[in-house]
Design a protein around this ligand. Structure first.
Ligand code: C5P
Length: 220
């Protein structure tokens, strides 16, 4: 994308994992590093957009010029995204690895070890943040990510339709040296009537190419 492909556009990006509390000292989460989302935020900013990152807990520095809202849980992430949609958003990119489930009830006190060899935690479904954005009355141009280990194209296209997205960027996380935690990635981007593959490169280069594709389609 050139330096003005997204000039004047407000872009909201979710990134990183969410953390779902079990009790005051424990949580459920995943291995998302947030690197892809942060690279996408930097690329959108470089393309002239006004960028807000809604970030789960990650060990990354905020890209220069990008506004950052820190959250822990999926419910907090949804709350932050809802507020940003109300304030006005042209493009939403969901890079976060949102936990699918959270505790039905967070324990008030640290859970004690007992004599039992098994412990059952009851979980309930978290809100699907990007599906919520896809149904919103002020729906922005909406872009999702899909990490798959098989049938990349079929699962990605299914999510595109089911979550009412404009584009979905799919990565094959079964391949070593790309995706989760890596500094490199390869994506295949799908939309209603087409697709394009972005071959293995740094997350920074992949993010720049993805932002160029988004700018092309958003401006159509
Ligand atoms: O269904 P799946 O989780 O594989 O879809 C991935 C896409 O949906 C990503 O864009 C991710 O950020 C988004 N997502 C979300 N809220 C959830 C689960 C996934 O926004 N609760």
């Amino acid at each position: 994308a050139n330096g003005s492909a997204l000039a004047g556009k407000k872009v909201v990006i979710t990134a990183g994992p969410t953390r779902e509390a079990i009790d005051p000292v424990r949580y459920l989460s995943n291995f998302s590093s947030g690197k892809m989302g942060y690279a996408v935020a930097a690329a959108a900013q470089a393309a002239g957009a006004t960028v807000t990152l809604v970030s789960g807990p990650v060990q990354l520095t905020t890209p220069p010029g990008v506004a950052r809202v820190d959250v822990d849980s999926a419910e907090q992430m949804l709350q932050a995204v809802t507020r940003l949609l109300d304030e006005g958003c042209d493009i939403f990119i969901g890079c976060a690895a949102v936990a699918d489930y959270r505790m039905a009830q967070i324990a008030d006190n640290k859970m004690k070890k007992t004599d039992a060899d098994e412990l059952t935690l009851t979980l309930v479904k978290n809100p699907d943040i990007i599906a919520y954005v896809g149904q919103h009355p002020k729906r922005p141009f909406t872009v999702g990510f899909a990490a798959e280990t098989q049938d990349l194209a079929a699962y990605a296209q299914d999510k595109l339709t089911r979550k009412n997205l404009n584009m979905i960027a799919a990565n094959d996380v079964s391949i070593d040296g790309q995706g989760f935690n890596s500094d490199n990635n390869a994506l295949t981007v799908y939309w209603q009537n087409g697709q394009q593959s972005l071959p293995l490169a740094t997350k920074s280069d992949i993010a720049t190419a993805l932002i160029a594709l988004i700018a092309d389609h958003h401006n159509q």
